[in-house]
Design a protein around this ligand. Structure first.
Ligand SMILES: Nc1ncnc2c1ncn2[C@@H]1O[C@H](COP(=O)(O)OP(=O)(O)OP(=O)(O)O)[C@@H](O)[C@H]1O
Ligand SMILES: [Mg+2]
Length: 474
């Protein structure tokens, strides 16, 4: 074990103003370590036990990012330090090396035991130790708060969008089911009534046949204008009046949307005869109604399951975070999730479906789309045209989220991408939407986030590499 001389320590900037006793402590606890060219000195992730100061040679500091070794620094500066640099944090710090260090040339280091150095430093400079510790903890807390807010924003958008969107079809299905119960009960009674009147079994059979035909017609009935509807209703109620069916008006209102014409009514009349016409038409009325109620229930429940699968796609539940994706899937599911906010907005999709799949963090990109669409909607104050366009720019795929709102004033420029920058009222915006999007697009995907804005035409352009090599970063 070689120790270092007091005078030599004084030449290192870290130790220049220490007292003799303090320098003696360093001499006593420090050790000179030699490493041959190319050897590892410390390994990222290992318990951080030593603080190293470079005495001679060149070191290289690297970090593993998605399996790739990324060089952070390379230096031959005497006095450069590395290793357990957070020794002041004692047991509270993340006591792991945050990077690996290699000797590029033959090197010499002074190594100090981190735990003891931490204690000693605190007793030498108590105030500095408190301040530094406050800085470490403060930064960690800010990061935690920002990260939490980030997750909450995504979760908030998802659950607010979802509950709003699920509510309508669910309520519609409940309403339709209870009407259906009433109509089915009505049908049973009409059937009993027909039976009491000794209806000829053959007639009943014919009636059932007519019912089948009508019910099938319901689904394919043409969509009518208000005027057409009221004309046809008049025609049907006149017909019923002529045939002695009292209160034919409400039946007409049921039959017209189902595509039933006077010609059909003639067929029914012929099949059952005037005596049974009234209960027969009522019974058919119920059949038409139950059919359309079942159609409503089917639409509502289909909508619910479409929403749930969009939510699943949006949140990327149960899927690998990093995968090859078609960006249009995420854009579509985001638009469905946000459809509650888009009800007064014209959404134009200009998708280039020939674009290739790209390697990406799908769930995080959905957060980007959410933030950008959310901003566009609030810039347009709820009404306007939102255009989502996809295209290719050289070896990058471009997604543009465009709105026709007032635009971003030129003097704000890049500031809008800063964390906590917002022009919204207190409580309305946190100013994190674009900061989060920037980090996801630029840092995580090695892409680019650009703004082109003039009044009435604002475009946020997200560029994403289509190949993996450029993508695979922090
Ligand atoms: N499409 C847009 N048109 C006009 N201004 C915009 C648009 N998008 C963003 N901005 C401006 O950029 C600012 C920052 O946006 P950012 O999304 O980061 O935060 P925010 O929307 O204010 O709050 P939140 O954290 O809720 O998203 C906005 O306050 C707004 O002034
Ligand atoms: Mg925003």
């Amino acid at each position: 074990m070689t120790s270092i001389a007091r005078d030599e320590l004084r030449t290192l900037f870290l130790f220049e103003k220490l007292t003799d006793e303090q320098l003696d402590w360093v001499t006593e606890h420090g050790e000179i370590e030699k490493y041959a060219e190319g050897t590892p000195i410390l390994q990222e992730g290992d318990p951080a036990t030593c603080f190293y100061v470079l005495l001679s040679g060149t070191l290289r500091m690297t970090r593993l990012v998605h399996g790739d070794e990324l060089e952070m620094t390379r230096t031959d500066q005497r006095g450069a330090y590395c290793g357990a640099t957070q020794f002041l944090m004692g047991q509270r710090g993340d006591q792991r090396y945050s990077a690996s260090v290699h000797a590029v040339t033959d090197t010499e280091f002074l190594s100090l035991p981190a735990a003891e150095l931490g204690e000693e430093f605190t007793s030498w400079f108590p105030m500095a130790a408190h301040l530094l510790e406050g800085m470490f903890l403060g930064r960690r807390n800010t990061d935690a708060v920002v990260g939490q807010r980030e997750r909450l924003l995504a979760l908030g958008a998802l659950s607010a969008g979802l509950t709003h969107e699920l509510n309508n079809p669910a309520a519609a299905a409940v309403r339709a089911t209870s009407s259906l119960r009433e109509r089915v009960a009505g049908m049973r009674q009409k059937l009993a009534m027909l039976a009491r009147n000794d209806i000829d079994p053959n007639l009943l059979e014919q009636l059932v046949d007519v019912q089948e035909v009508l019910v099938k017609a319901v689904a394919g009935a043409p969509k009518l204008s208000a005027i057409q509807t009221s004309d046809l209703e008049d025609e049907l109620s006149d017909w019923m009046e002529d045939h002695g069916v009292a209160d034919g008006w409400d039946l007409a209102a049921l039959f017209v949307p189902a595509g039933i014409t006077t010609a059909r009514l003639d067929e029914v009349n012929e099949a059952v005869g005037e005596a049974f016409l009234n209960p027969a038409l009522r019974w058919l009325g119920y059949a038409v109604e139950t059919e359309s109620l079942m159609g409503e229930i089917e639409d509502a429940t289909t909508r619910i399951s479409t929403l749930l699968s969009a939510a699943k796609q949006y949140s990327q539940m149960g899927r690998a975070p990093y995968q090859w994706i078609d960006v249009h899937d995420g854009l579509d599911s985001t638009l469905i999730m946000l459809s509650g906010k888009l009800s007064h907005i014209a959404v134009i999709k200009e998708y280039d479906r020939s674009l290739p799949s790209i390697p990406a963090y799908a769930g995080e990109l959905n957060q980007v789309w959410t933030n950008l669409v959310d901003n566009a909607v609030s810039a347009m104050k709820g009404t306007g045209t939102l255009t989502i366009r996809t295209s290719r720019e050289n070896d990058r795929l471009m997604v543009e989220i465009c709105d026709d709102g007032p635009g971003v004033p030129a003097d704000l420029g890049q500031r809008i991408f800063e964390p906590f920058f917002t022009t919204k009222a207190v409580g309305e915006g946190t100013g994190l939407g674009l900061d989060i999007s920037w980090r996801i697009v630029v840092n995580k995907h090695r892409g680019d986030l650009r703004l082109r804005s003039e009044p009435g035409d604002t475009r946020f352009q997200v560029l994403l590499p289509v190949t993996e090599e450029e993508e695979d970063q922090d």
